[in-house]
Design a binder for this molecule. Sequence first.
Ligand SMILES: Nc1ncnc2c1ncn2[C@@H]1O[C@H](COP(=O)(O)OP(=O)(O)OP(=O)(O)O)[C@@H](O)[C@H]1O
Ligand SMILES: [Mg+2]
Length: 505
Amino acid sequence: MGEQLGTVIAGEESPSTSEFSFVVKGGVVRKGQYVQLKHGDGSMFGFVSEVYKANRYYERAESVAEFERGSGGGMSSQFPSDSWEYVIAVVKVLGVFSGKRFERAFSPPSPGAAVHDAERGVLRSFLGFEDAGLHLGSIEHHDVPARISMTRLLQKHLAILAMSGAGKSHLAGVLLEELLSRRKEDGRVAVVVVDIHGEYGGFAHDPVFGRQTTVIEGGDIAIPLRKIHPEAIMEWLPHLSAPQRDVLRHCLSALREEKKGAAGYSFKELMAAVDAADVSKDDVKRALKRSLSELKRYRFLSRKTENPKLAAQVRPGGLLILDFSPIDSLRKKQILVSLMARRLLSLRKKGKIPPFMLLIEEAHNFAREKAEESEAVSRAIIETIAREGRKFGASLCLISQRPVNLSTTALSQCNTHIILRVTNPNDLDHIQMSSEGIDARVAKSITSLKVGEAIVVGEAVNYPVFISVRDRKSEKREKGAPLHMQAIAFEEKQEKNAKNAEAFL
Ligand SMILES: Nc1ncnc2c1ncn2[C@@H]1O[C@H](COP(=O)(O)OP(=O)(O)OP(=O)(O)O)[C@@H](O)[C@H]1O
Ligand SMILES: [Mg+2]
């Protein structure tokens, strides 16, 4: 065991099996520190949930006021009050480690028992870290790296939740670095990132990770029409009436049959097929064509171009970034997310791509809790992966600064939550409701987290654990340069253009 920190004291309701207090012997005990004490044949572990100071000389307001008013120079000059100050730490009991197994505590520690700083090696296994785990940061107050098992973290999905600017994307970047650095023998997954703000492009230029990274611009995404399941189109166009759906289904299957040998068919041919369909009502066809023309406008349905070629470009230990930053339309982004997620799941089910993690930034925009049908195009597939993905090695990492708006089905299937700073009470309530293991005390500390500090709860760890997220190894691309830098860059560019124009004349 580590250094002795103090001695368990007896209070009205403590020590109990869930909580005890100890008086600090000397030195510093910090909130959040892990402690250990001998318990039967094993060790009891706990977590300092609060530290406070007491001094009996200052307990009575009237005597303090009296002495401070007097001419004697106050309490401390008349009494040895300084040496009566003591520090009490309140510990939340986490469990007992009996050599091999971790168990709940069935009996309290004894008053008078010596409390020690937690031993590093045991603490690591107590919290559930693994040597070959993903190194996301370190636990506060202890020199213990937070190495979290990849399987425990990802297999049952991960949600990263926090307010804007708290460090979600930074953490996601650290996670990607760790996933890209894994060795074959430890198991490597493929990573696909839906990059809404173009923040992950740095990986492509990085000397270490560049070779493993492919960036596809959202506007260049293309998929042959023949590879699209009719049901997917129906989902993208939820307002189609039953007769319109019938016509569409009929046209698509007719085209498929007719163009079997050919290299596919274009949107134009689909429109022509709708025109030629044997339907008496013209307005059905007209309305269907109008709806289809929205998809045409988004220009991602092709005759044979396919980009990215998922079956070839989703590789173990590889990173595929879908850069959506140039796309303005939210609907187009949703349709593309739906398309990519569907293809990934279906290829994975067929074993054509390795196990993967699909990371979605701003996930509340793609799996909205309360959304009109037309805004919910990608929700169904995300919920499907959330429910069924674990069986196939299809994992989600959902990132959101508006957890209240995120589908509860999807969120509740994310068995690990990493939560960074959150101050909005609505979001906090929602997180508390949807994350097992967050009690009122932990919830309160979420509001006082600093940027880069996080709490990990759920499947990936044995107990909720606070970590400081480590620095990035690879180049960071900030979402926007500081305002004054943008202003300087703009003027410099204008001056340069003016000079060039002069030189030309
Ligand atoms: N652990 C950390 N160490 C050092 N810097 C950090 C850390 N976490 C975040 N930062 C910095 O804080 C800033 C905000 O972080 P980040 O962009 O990751 O926030 P975010 O939660 O993704 O915000 P948004 O919701 O706006 O996307 C960035 O400049 C980032 O570099
Ligand atoms: Mg971000």
